[in-house]
Design a protein around this ligand. Structure first.
Ligand code: DNO
Ligand code: MN
Length: 413
């Protein structure tokens, strides 16, 4: 059978059957404490990165893209390539749908053209207003000393109802979460509260914006007239404006789902379930309008069956984030081991391998679905090393190795 080796992502000779997906690794650029040579040691050869210094709304120039690409490829013996952009951020004005958006659309289109011309052809992005991902604990202790990212519905309710004091917030939390939140708040020190604010702010996109409570209230206020229907309209308008340019540039867009997949702090979210995804993909029916299948983000929502979602949208999945979660009835969830959680990871990987094989058998011999281990626990030597929350080296390497094993077993089956 056509098992092409763990990392190549290239079709084996002959008809590939369940060849492994391309292994990728998120690298935060030259400032990342994990070097490219370290990444190579994980086995992954696809680099997922972004020009994080360029603020949303500005064009990624050809020069800046080629400079980054040259860094990734500088040591040819490593065999690395820039596989995916994560993320090309969408300016908040586009999500607000306010004012003259044409310059923002054009800047996005130009970045896509420059990426395509530079040989980078998969672009992940998201459409979450204000906050990107949200957690309440960046280092929740695990047995034995590892730590995990966690979303505690009680603490989040305390933040929303008691610290932010958002009018009407109570209606957006379960009674259980509100009760747990009151208890937490009553026992919390000022430092605990500051810590919770900082943790929630860690999920803001980019390194630029951090808000205090009044600042955050101001940001939320800008979206007070944007409900889910309006946000979806704004997303559709964005797709109509940029997908044709992506097609021409040979670039495939891959929207990242909401993390977690539910409205937060009164902000609507519209990439949260299969119904949402279907509408987004139908808004512009083009292969260039695709999906990043993030199993952890979708998996923290109730009613999202991940193998089913993967199968339904398989032809439009251009990138996969594989991680797992355990969730509780009150809306809490925690990032779990990659194969140990509520998401049927083996089922998801099987669907993706079959889709890749199907495409290759249908004549698209180089079709590949890159994936990365999306987040990992802090384990062993990870402690005390500064990384982006969720991106320690050993925890991610463990996840990558486990998924690699699943792929090898399914290829041999
Ligand atoms: C967090 C990530 C997100 C993700 C963006 C994609 O670890 O999953 O920041 O990169 O939402 O646009
Ligand atoms: Mn993800």
């Amino acid at each position: 059978r056509g098992f092409a080796g763990p990392s190549s992502g290239e079709p084996a000779s002959g008809v590939p059957v369940r060849a492994p997906m391309e292994e990728t690794w998120r690298w935060w650029g030259p400032a990342d404490g994990i070097r490219l040579s370290d990444v190579r040691q994980t086995g992954a050869r696809g680099i997922v990165t972004a020009l994080h210094d360029i603020p949303a709304g500005q064009v990624w120039s050809r020069d800046a893209i080629l400079e980054r690409r040259a860094i990734i490829e500088a040591d040819a013996s490593l065999g690395l390539r820039w596989a995916v952009v994560e993320s090309l951020p969408v300016h908040e004005a586009i999500k607000l749908g306010d004012g003259d958006l044409e310059p923002y659309f054009e800047a996005y289109r130009q970045s896509l053209r420059n990426l395509g011309a530079s040989g980078v052809d998969i672009v992940c992005y998201n459409f979450m207003p204000v906050l990107d991902w949200a957690r309440t604990d960046l280092r929740f202790p695990l047995p034995g000393g590892g730590t995990a990212l966690k979303f505690d519905a009680g603490k989040f309710a305390a933040f929303d109802c008691l610290m932010l004091g958002r009018p009407g917030a109570e209606a957006d939390h379960t009674a259980e979460a509100i009760e747990a939140g009151r208890k937490w708040f009553a026992g919390a020190s000022e430092a605990d509260k500051d810590g919770l604010l900082a943790t929630i702010m860690a999920g803001l996109p980019g390194a630029f914006d951090r808000y205090d409570i009044p600042g955050l209230r101001g940001m939320l206020d800008r979206f007070r007239n944007v409900d889910a229907a309006r946000l979806l309209d704004n997303l559709s308008a964005f797709l109509r404006a940029v997908v044709p340019a992506a097609e021409e540039a040979g670039v495939r867009l891959a929207i990242h789902p909401d993390d977690p997949p539910r409205p937060l702090l009164g902000l609507p979210r519209v990439v949260s379930n299969a119904g949402n995804i279907a509408r987004i993909l139908e808004a512009v029916d083009s292969p260039a309008n695709g999906l990043t299948l993030c199993t952890g983000s979708l998996g923290s929502g109730f009613g999202n069956d991940l193998p089913e979602i993967a199968a339904r949208f398989a032809p439009r999945i251009h990138f996969a984030h594989l991680r797992n979660v355990v969730k509780w009835a009150d809306g809490s969830f925690m990032e779990s081991e990659h194969l140990g959680g509520d998401v049927d990871m083996v089922g998801v990987v099987r669907v993706l391998l079959d889709e890749q094989a199907r495409r290759r058998e249908a004549g698209d011999a180089r079709w590949r679905i890159p994936f990365r281990p999306d987040h990992g626990h802090e384990l062993i030597y990870d402690h005390g090393r500064p990384t982006h929350p969720g991106y320690p080296v050993i925890g991610r390497l463990k996840g990558l190795a486990e998924i690699r094993g699943v792929m090898a077993a399914l290829a041999a089956a």
